[in-house]
Design a protein around this ligand. Structure first.
Ligand code: ATP
Ligand code: MG
Length: 334
């Protein structure tokens, strides 16, 4: 079913270094959320805090009426079984082949026999396109393959919550598209609550039900995809459209001089909101909402041309390509 995760006033410091402060959000049960943010804003730290590997300095993480931040080690161990995690670096055991890496959580947390384990490991390795690579050591394969092996391992316990840190870094564009489709299909199948950290704007714009943005030691915004993609809030707008004009500089915030130089420069109009990716077999995800519903319910006029194609408005993808790919565009909402 997937479980809701309610984060309240979460704050994390390392020594005197504040990472983020007073983060409050709810990851709705069974929905896909994406967390964005410039490098170093603490996205990976956020995932590690959610799974209880790092202790926050303040705040709560509520899952099934229990506050994870107050659990004793034994109870935390139990709650962790709800999670499947793909760490940013894959976190595979270097001395074990891929098969044993993927089988590890099953051997550690279940009493399944080796033939059951083999069935599950084979199924998950096929799912991520690694059939045949079972005997390889992590050091012998590409970065993208390590990522996919990490994903297979995150899936073997049928998690209620999937935390996925940059699944697409080091993946070629075609595999990124396959992985994105896999997330949508998986979400329909296992109905888990997903949180994906990514730097891929195309992924952020087309995969999730909700988007969050960590910036400058706080959560700048979190909400439904259409809310952020139609937002004029400068930081959100700049990030989701990969622009240089806006408050975010090369290293954190721009200073007053840099911002003054931008005064009067015209921002390009917001690009159309693309249709959300759908399951490959046409089944509906529980969390799926009709295109444009959030905008209509909230009286927001989406950018012109919204909800016409899966690729509309994605930097680098021309409208022409986007339209010819999908011969039957849905009704425009604007
Ligand atoms: N165990 C740790 N001890 C001390 N500082 C840490 C630790 N882990 C992370 N940090 C610091 O916390 C900050 C946030 O790191 P984090 O890895 O979460 O960033 P990120 O948003 O995931 O960046 P990227 O997009 O590059 O992956 C960084 O300044 C990092 O140096
Ligand atoms: Mg990171």
């Amino acid at each position: 079913m997937g479980v809701e995760i309610k984060v309240e006033g979460l704050t994390k410091k390392f020594g005197s270094q504040m990472i983020w402060n007073d983060v409050t959000l709810t990851l709705p049960a069974g929905e896909i959320s994406v967390m964005l943010g410039p490098s170093g804003t603490g996205k990976s730290v956020f995932l590690k805090t959610l799974v209880g590997l790092l202790k926050p300095d303040a705040g709560s993480i509520w899952i099934n009426d229990r506050d994870l931040t107050r659990l004793r080690e034994h109870d935390l161990y139990e709650v962790r079984k709800l999670f499947g995690v793909l760490f940013q670096d894959g976190a595979l055991f270097g001395s074990m082949n891929l098969y044993d890496n993927v089988a590890f959580p099953l051997r550690e947390h279940t009493k399944k026999n080796e033939s059951e384990i083999k069935r599950i490991v084979t199924e998950k390795m096929e799912l991520v396109g690694l059939a045949g690579a079972e005997g390889k050591l992590p050091g012998e394969i590409s970065g993208g393959m390590r990522k996919r092996a990490g994903l297979a391992r995150a899936l073997v316990l049928d998690p209620e919550i999937l935390l996925i840190d940059e699944p697409d870094s080091g993946l070629d564009p075609v595999r990124t598209s396959y992985i994105n489709q896999l997330f949508i299909d998986l979400n329909a199948q296992i109905d888990a609550t997903f949180l994906i950290v990514t730097h891929d704007i195309n992924t952020a714009r087309t995969v999730p039900d909700n988007i969050g943005l960590l910036y400058h030691k706080h959560l700048a915004m979190f909400g439904p995809r259409e809310m952020l993609l139609s937002s004029e809030e400068p930081v959100v707008r700049q990030f989701l459209n990969a622009q240089t004009i806006g408050p975010i500089g090369m290293s954190e915030e721009k200073d007053a001089d840099e911002l003054a130089q931008e005064q009067g420069q015209e921002l390009p109009p917001l690009p159309p909101i693309a249709l959300q990716l759908q399951t490959s077999d046409g089944t509906r995800r529980r969390a799926e909402r009709p295109a444009g519903e959030w905008c209509r319910e909230n009286g927001v006029v989406p950018p012109p041309g919204s909800f016409m194609s899966k690729n509309a408005g994605v930097p680098g993808v021309s409208q022409h390509t986007a339209h010819t790919e999908h011969a039957e565009p849905e009704r425009a909402v604007s």
